[in-house]
Design a protein around this ligand. Structure first.
Ligand code: SF4
Length: 341
């Protein structure tokens, strides 16, 4: 029943009878879809979500990564974090700060591989200066589109500086808008700080990416409220990250978020936001399972590393990243087209 209603709305969208910002489903539809349990419903959901994606996105974007620094001032550390120095033997463990030369050589290698976009992320404690440095380094040697992610560690001046140097996207993930869950998994951070950064990014007309970390104790209702909050913010990109336990972190015994749960969430996001970039980072899905994300209607596969990348990149959420050749192969196997130079 719900699928025939969604298909009707999809046809109305294609006929120009409803605005794309309205999306194809309501809050209660989203809750109903989160609760589906059988394979027929999953296949129907993925089928509609993929068709919607294909109307608005003719190619699948691929985003690579440069990690700027894992030295993070947030204390205590986020309970799931395996990225910051000292958090997990599966992550980087040791503190590092990539110098400008390393960032430039990585950018050249990424661009030479055909990838058109790179994400540069840093820990907190720099007022965004580390990602400004990274942006300048990448843009000085390449035409790559750049997303920077320094979480809540951005000031208004810093956003203006990023804009001056032609930033393409600023990412600030809220992870969850359930304050109790947020405070539990991110005891060293404040949800309002992240919301304020998102609002400042939009205020200055920069493309905003803001994602969900799923499987950290939030309910389906929380996810739906979060997604409608992102609708109000008018985000241009939503990354969906599944929780993946890192060894030696406070959440090491918590269950991993399954690929099917991530794909279902991606599909619901696609029905709510038909025309935006929906991102699945390979480490959180599991690089070999990226096709689940594409079946769910994702339009961007992130943390993709070409063979010639000079840095040893570990994924955030799971140390394993996606190899460019494998990702291209997975995209093509589904009859989709990778966006490459
Ligand atoms: S998740 Fe980000 S903000 Fe939290 S401790 Fe790790 S690096 Fe710092």
């Amino acid at each position: 029943m719900i699928f025939s209603k969604i298909r009707g709305n999809f046809q109305d969208l294609k006929d120009g009878k409803i605005d794309v910002k309205q999306g194809l489903i309501t809050k209660s539809d989203a809750i109903e879809l989160f609760n589906i349990k059988n394979w027929k419903d999953y296949l129907e959901l993925f089928s509609i979500a993929s068709e919607v994606r294909d109307v608005f996105k003719t190619e699948i974007e691929i985003t690579s990564t440069v990690h700027v620094t894992n030295i993070c001032s947030v204390t205590p550390k986020c309970k799931y974090c395996g990225f910051a120095a000292g958090t997990s033997s599966e992550g980087y463990v040791k503190p590092f700060r990539s110098d400008d030369g390393q960032i430039k050589s990585s950018s050249v290698a990424i661009e030479n591989s055909g990838i058109k976009r790179v994400s540069c992320s840093s820990g907190h404690g720099y007022n965004g200066k580390e990602v400004i440095r990274a942006l300048k380094a990448v843009k000085s040697v390449s035409n790559l589109e750049v997303l920077v992610n320094a979480g809540a560690d951005l000031t208004e001046e810093c956003i203006l500086e990023l804009k001056k140097y032609n930033i393409d996207t600023i990412c600030c993930n809220l992870e969850t808008t359930n304050k109790t869950v947020f405070n539990n998994v991110k005891p060293g951070e404040n949800l309002e700080d992240r919301i304020n950064v998102c609002k400042m990014v939009k205020k200055h007309g920069v493309e905003l990416s803001s994602g969900l970390l799923i499987g950290i104790g939030e309910t389906y209702e929380d996810r739906v409220e979060h997604l409608f909050f992102l609708k109000e913010l008018d985000v241009e990109e939503i990354p969906i990250m599944g929780f993946n336990p890192y060894k030696e972190t406070p959440m090491e015994t918590c269950p991993k978020c399954s690929a099917i749960e991530q794909a279902k969430t991606i599909a619901i996001v696609r029905l709510l936001f038909p025309d935006i970039r929906i991102t699945s980072p390979t480490p959180t899905m599991g690089p070999e399972l990226a096709q689940f994300a594409l079946l769910g209607g994702a339009s961007n596969i992130a943390t993709v590393i070409p063979d010639n990348h000079p840095m040893n990149i570990k994924g955030v959420g799971n140390p394993k990243t996606g190899n460019l050749k494998d990702v291209i192969c997975m995209i093509k196997e589904l009859g989709l087209t990778p966006k490459l130079n």
